[in-house]
Each structure stands twice: as C-alpha cells, then as structure tokens.
Write a protein of this length. Structure first.
Length: 96
C-alpha cells in the first residue's frame, strides 16, 4: 500500500509536530498531510495536543497546540473524524 505524503512547506512549526505528522502520513488511509498557518497564543505552557476540528473537502482540518503556538494542519483522508482522532491520540501517546 502506498503511504501518504507530508508537505513540508514552512520553515517554522510547533516543536514536536513534524515527527508526529510524519508518522501520521504513513498510516494507510492518509493521503496528504499539510501543515498550515502558525500563530502565537497566550496561555500556560502545555504539551503538544492535536484535535480534529472541522471537515474540509476530502478530509479534515486539525488544530495543533503547544507552548505558545497554535498551528493548522490539513489532512486528506477517507477516515472518519473519530478514527483520525484515535490515530492521532495513539501517536501522541494518549491512552483512554
């Protein structure tokens, strides 16, 4: 099975995000992962969190947050939002 691709289009990303997105792109039903806009946010330092937010044409938009930053990530996939979030949680080491 062909693995997906990670589009590395920015020089700056949230710390720790690219290795997780690299692993996500290797999942069988993920076609493309594209990191988007990076923004500074206020608040206390938190570990890397990635949440599926809204559906887009052919996939989903994700919101990645970590200490002082928030970044959009676009994923092209035929997975459901719940299945995609489960994979992301597994890659981040979140266990329920």
């Amino acid at each position: 099975m062909k693995e997906g691709r990670l589009v590395k289009n920015h020089s700056t990303h949230i710390p720790g995000l690219i290795p997780i997105l690299d692993q996500l792109a290797q999942e069988p039903r993920i076609k493309t992962v594209v990191p988007g806009r990076l923004a500074r946010v206020k608040g206390r330092p938190i570990p890397l969190k990635i949440n599926v937010t809204v559906p887009i044409s052919g996939g989903y938009k994700l919101q990645a947050r970590s200490s002082g930053g928030a970044q959009e990530v676009f994923v092209v996939t035929d997975l459901s939002a719940e299945a995609l979030q489960s994979i992301i949680d597994y890659l981040l080491g979140i266990r329920y």
